[in-house]
Design a protein around this ligand. Sequence first.
Ligand code: HEC
Length: 214
Amino acid sequence: MTFTTPLKRLPWLALFTLLLVLVGVGLLTARPGTALAAEASPPIDSAALAKAVVAMEQLDQMRISLASTLEGRTEEPTIETMKEVCKPVGMRAIAIGKENGWQVRQVASKYRNPDHAPAKAQERQVIDLFSRHPEINGLWEPAVAEQGAGLNYYRRINVEPSCLACHGTKASRPAFIKANYPDDKAFDFKVGDLRGMYAVHLPEIQAALAVAAG
Ligand code: HEC
């Protein structure tokens, strides 16, 4: 009789083990499920948000390093040297938008290229905020109704000493600027002034997929 007791216990042990396994499987399957649901709930994944911030830092650095190549030059910038500064920055902004499915613009109240005039109430409000708060470098806003679902990232652009060759006093602007931008407003800046901002619209992923699917 003594040896039957362990044998009798066996089915219970087996059942208990099976229960443990089932609970374990349940936990394993439930965990990734909840994690996936939590990851899927934000409209835009955090990697895209970080990528937009980094892309605008790199774009701004591109302009600063291009403008610094003009420093120390005694000759007046020409249409050729202009091609080396703000025009390629504008083209790169558009290319970054195309590569990532975002819309990237430069916006300025005192603009040189009229395409860069503020186009929305939100853009005007953020420019106003940046001009009143020099300590704010960038910020996120929900997309406005006409853009559909998504987020907007704004990043300030400050005036550096190297910008004054073309954005300094009205009279000192290079001749090609006076000739090519008759409605130019982008002069009379001082070092440290707010020059404008980069505006990035990231559409909500689900909305973007729906548009792509037609
Ligand atoms: C060689 C001349 C030149 C220099 C130097 C220069 N810019 Fe520009 N900038 C221009 C021209 C020309 C445009 C208009 C480009 C276009 O048609 O898109 C412009 C446009 C811009 C714009 C887009 C908004 C607008 O007004 O159309 C910003 C922002 C800007 N410049 C900022 C800067 C900053 C900041 C610096 C210094 C780091 C700088 N620029 C240096 C010539 C220059």
